[in-house]
Design a binder for this molecule. Structure first.
Ligand SMILES: [Zn+2]
Length: 84
């Protein structure tokens, strides 16, 4: 779900088209859904001990959405790698 319209900054603008300015948001909504899926794959990989798989998924999520959970997962996995 898009939290802010990238064009006008409206909060919770909707998923298809911004209610305030009419900006088309469908593509961004789809991209964020792919980022959320990559985040879930990263968490599942981490819980299963598949660290390299988790890292790849977290990096994919971060590349799609720098403000999402992917960035935190990349940081955590890097920290974890330094501890071992
Ligand atoms: Zn807008």
């Amino acid at each position: 779900m898009v939290q802010r319209c990238p064009a006008c900054g409206a909060r919770h603008p909707g998923s298809e088209r911004c209610r305030r300015c009419g900006c088309e948001l469908h593509g961004l909504t789809r991209l964020l859904a792919v980022a959320r899926q990559a985040e879930r794959e990263a968490v599942h990989g981490l819980l299963a001990g598949e660290i390299s798989q988790a890292q790849r998924a977290a990096e994919r999520a971060q590349a799609l959405d720098r403000q999402g959970l992917g960035a935190a997962l990349v940081g955590f996995l890097a920290w974890r790698g330094r501890q071992s």
